[in-house]
Design a protein around this ligand. Structure first.
Ligand code: SF4
Length: 900
């Protein structure tokens, strides 16, 4: 797909196949549909089932084909022959490969065909789609939800044609997408089948896809910047000073009544009104409120209504709502606020912005400097993908890049590096108005209400433009706040990033040397020498890390004993100083070519100069991070840790406790803070959360601002009936202690299939680690696959959105999950009636953070914290079961250490 393509075929085909998991007589395909498109609008169709005896329930749900029909279908060889004949005049196939069976499909159609993977195309052109399954593509193209999960093969073949029409007729059409000429230009320039096939279709298959204007000239499109969105220059208008007006509690109830009257599906809940009154009181009285609200209270509208009312009454006020998960930010920004404003239009004038951390946006300067004029193929498409993100999505989120995009464009980590290297960071100036980071900062500057994440919130007052503007914080999913603050203030140096910058600088220095003379030549010789010195220092440092723990697994995080004898002079500091010195020498050497006159003399182009500047800025940041690590290395409240990779290492430092940081950054500076979550209490008390978030005045400092802050605490129990859920430890369960692993694995393997069968699927199985999940899945997969209950398994790095959609859509399915499945998912109704917790989620005690806590905390404090973390996660896992008034079910715990 990424190889050059020059033919102009007279016909194309779209093909879709359904394939089973296990080959049956060497073949996995059990349904196939194809459509040949002719330029005059004519089409030929092919569609057949294929005999297949291993059809599972999950496959039935995908395809809607009953097993009986497959038993009577023609044999694979027969269908293959007919299909080959049908496709004989067609050499390019468009295949929507949403289940990763491209190879099987290609084998079935004939290896001589050229393939365009439409799932890749969907991810590439529509990075804003939540997932690129047939269901979500159809929902996007038709702009409405589809209840049915299954698609017949001919249905997907039709959908494929619609998708191509959307790409060529809308996304690449200047009439609908102003930046389309840029994309057409670079697609053509990519010299790939993928790039040119879409352009060819739109130009020569007008009856199918509409016609495009004549190709644009390079001059129009190679200069892509003018096509970008521009940041508004002005902030918000100055408003008149108005006296403070508190939110009236009586009126709040009326507002919720109004929402119930005008908002479809919204019901007045006394618990929610009580919740709203607590939030309103905190806003009115400038208090710090910690508010635990059980599942079903309606937290989001519970704080949105008082916040919007507060902003309406006080036009000069500004509020930030922060959450831990991106999903909740999107939900608040796109759904909840729209819902509230549709029902209560009095809030339509309140300006709202969605704000990520700056590194979450594409930096246009860096993107521009990454562009290589001579580039084609996958590297150019990777660059164009980043441009697409900047245009459509603004984001530079390596995690959000689709699986297909990664599979095709991430050879040698190229795409991930490109995403990281083009993310916004340093060197910002208000002059760069064609920049997604500036666009959203300008939006936030003009906004009354900002939705953001905890990380950004922690650093908000470090933003030169937004600092100090927002004085009221609502912190949802508050039990993740401490981690987010710790990460926000962490320092990290990655040797891979330094090497990447060095490779570029060395390459450029070599070229510059060829034409440099005199002092410039000397500087470049010094620069090349500094590159070599720094490389040697990086290598030596890795050797030392390996010698400290020779058997350390790659990628695992280890605490770093900074005064280990393996270090020169017995201390890590000496090495950090050496690396800093080498970085500074190198930056100074390249600094010689920093001025315009030197660049002119050395014939360095502006784009190259910008890229050198970016590389030097990155190295400058690495030097700064090393300095900070060195300064704090011996502090008690600091953890230094490292990871080793094949050729590289990462060095990191972070705080153990962040209570002081929170006190200083938030309570000392903000008027009102509301922490909220479904689980904050430990044994009925807020003491642990209070200590974690610094709500105790530091000893001997009671005169400060803290002493005047009012800290409030409240709990609103879940309105759901306690009888809706049964919690029990399974009678055959054993202890999940790490030293009892063999017995625990045996017990889980024996218990799980039976529990799932007895409940008729509809089960979420929660694991404490991927290692546990993979081990157990391996052992029980065949026992569960033999049942009628489709088994869905979370894979590391896999997009969980489509997994959740599938679990919701297939009522009888079973989902094995870790991580976000403990807290970040919502399955209402009878798709989930059983949650199985395989192991009590005690934090693994050997992590650097826990080891450091042991040093800085008293034993009592340490163990309180240890149990607090476990209990909160346990409550969150249990809380997945009952999500609505009518939900019923049971939680089965497979670890005898559980104490209710
Ligand atoms: S303002 Fe910052 S992020 Fe934006 S283009 Fe300039 S340097 Fe990049």
């Amino acid at each position: 797909m990424l190889k050059p393509y020059t033919d102009k075929p007279e016909q194309f085909a779209v093909v879709y196949t359904h394939a089973g998991l296990i080959p049956d007589r060497g073949n996995r395909i059990y349904a196939v549909a194809a459509k040949i498109l002719h330029p005059d609008g004519a089409q030929d169709e092919f569609d057949s089932l294929v005999r297949y005896a291993r059809h599972t329930e999950r496959e039935y749900y995908y395809s809607g084909i009953p097993r009986k029909k497959l038993e009577d279908a023609p044999a694979a060889e027969e269908v293959r022959r007919e299909l080959a004949e049908f496709l004989s005049g067609t050499d390019v196939l468009f295949i929507l490969d949403d289940h990763h069976i491209l190879n099987e499909t290609r084998n079935f159609c004939g290896r001589d065909k050229r393939i365009v993977d439409l799932s890749f195309a969907a991810e590439f052109f529509m990075p804003y789609l939540r997932s690129c399954t047939a269901k979500s593509i159809r929902e996007h193209l038709h702009d409405r939800q589809r209840e049915k999960f299954s698609f017949s093969a001919p249905e997907v073949a039709d959908l494929s044609v619609k998708l191509i029409r959307h790409i060529t007729g809308t996304l690449l059409n200047s009439g609908d997408s102003p930046h389309a000429p840029v994309f057409r230009h670079f697609l053509q320039k990519s010299d790939t089948l993928f790039g040119t096939a879409f352009l060819h279709l739109s130009r020569h298959f007008q009856d199918w896809f509409g016609g495009l204007p004549a190709p644009d000239s390079d001059a129009d499109t190679e200069n892509w910047r003018p096509f970008l969105e521009k940041a508004a220059r002005s902030g918000r208008n100055k408003k008149q000073r108005v006296p403070f007006r508190p939110v009236s509690y009586e009126n709040l109830e009326n507002l919720y009544r109004g929402l119930a009257l005008h908002g479809q599906g919204f019901r007045l809940r006394p618990e929610q009104v009580a919740y709203g009154c607590h939030v309103a009181a905190a806003l009115n009285d400038r208090a710090v409120l910690t508010l635990e609200a059980g599942t079903g209270t309606g937290k989001t509208q519970g704080y949105l209504i008082p916040v919007l009312e507060f902003l309406r009454l006080n036009p000069n006020a500004r509020v930030v709502i922060s959450t831990y998960t991106k999903n909740l930010q999107e939900q608040i920004f796109r759904q909840e606020l729209t819902f509230t404003r549709d029902a209560l239009p009095i809030y339509n004038d309140i300006r709202v912005a969605l704000l990520r951390g700056k590194s979450g946006y594409i930096c246009i300067e860096k993107l521009d400097s990454m562009y290589e004029k001579e580039s084609t193929g996958a590297p150019l498409l990777a660059w164009l993908y980043c441009l697409g993100l900047a245009v459509h999505f603004r984001a530079a989120d390596a995690d959000a890049a689709g699986e297909k995009v990664k599979a095709y464009l991430n050879d040698g980590h190229f795409l991930i590096r490109m995403l990281r290297d083009t993310s916004a960071g340093s060197g910002c100036t208000p002059r760069h108005t064609l920049c997604p980071a500036q666009v959203v900062t300008a939006e936030a500057l003009a906004a009354d209400l900002v939705i953001t994440n905890h990380h950004k919130l922690a650093l908000l007052d470090h933003d030169p433009i937004l600092s100090g503007l927002f004085t009221h914080y609502i912190i949802d999913e508050a039990n993740h706040f401490e981690t987010a603050v710790r990460n926000a203030f962490r320092e990290e140096v990655r040797s891979r990033d330094i090497r990447f910058a060095l490779r570029y600088l060395e390459n450029r220095a070599g070229r510059i040397l060829e034409r440099a003379a005199g002092e410039h030549r000397e500087a470049m010789v010094r620069a090349v020498g500094a590159v070599a010195d720094l490389r040697a220092a990086l290598r030596d440092f890795r050797d030392i890390l390996v010698s400290i723990s020779p058997r350390a697994a790659q990628g695992q995080v280890h605490a770093l004993p900074y005064d280990h004898p393996a270090f020169q002079d017995g201390h890590l500091r000496a090495h950090i100083s050496d690396m800093q010195a080498a970085l500074k020498t190198l930056i100074a050497a390249f600094g010689r070519i920093g001025n315009a006159e030197s660049r002119r003399l050395l014939r360095i182009q502006a784009r190259t100069a910008r890229r050198i500047e970016t590389a030097l800025t990155d190295l400058g940041e690495a030097a700064g991070a090393l300095r900070d690590i060195e300064e704090n290395i011996a502090l008690e409240n600091n953890i230094t840790a490292y990871q080793i990779f094949n050729r590289n290492w990462t060095l990191m430092a972070q705080w153990v406790r962040v209570d002081g940081l929170i006190r200083h950054q938030i309570y000392d500076r903000k008027d009102c803070v509301v922490y909220t979550a479904a689980t904050l209490c430990h044994r009925g008390k807020f003491d642990s959360f209070r200590a974690i978030t610094g709500m105790y005045a530091p000893p001997g400092n009671i005169e400060n601002e803290m002493a005047q802050k009012e800290f409030r605490f409240a709990r609103i129990p879940s309105p759901f009936s306690p009888d809706a859920m049964e919690i029990r430890v399974h009678e055959d369960a054993v202890s999940g202690r790490f030293d009892n692993k063999a017995a625990w694995t045996g017990a889980i393997t024996a218990i799980l299939p039976e529990l799932i069968t007895r409940n008729r699927g509809r089960t979420l199985v929660l694991f404490s680690s991927y290692q546990d999940l993979e081990q157990i899945a391996e052992k029980v997969r065949s026992a569960i696959s033999g049942t009628r209950y489709p088994l869905l398994i979370q894979r590391p790095g896999q997009d969980t959105v489509s997994l959740c959609d599938e679990f919701r859509a297939i009522r009888e399915s079973v989902l094995f999950g870790v991580d976000t499945f403990w807290y970040g998912v919502d399955f209402r109704g009878n798709t989930l009636t059983q949650v199985i917790i395989t192991r009590i989620p005690y934090p693994p005690p050997g992590t650097p953070l826990l080891m450091a806590r042991k040093k800085v905390m008293s034993p009592k404090e340490y163990w309180n914290r240890y149990h607090y973390d476990m209990e909160i996660k346990m409550k969150q896992g249990i809380g997945r079961l009952i999500r609505s008034d009518t939900d019923r079910g049971k939680v089965v715990i497979l670890d005898t250490r559980y104490r209710p």
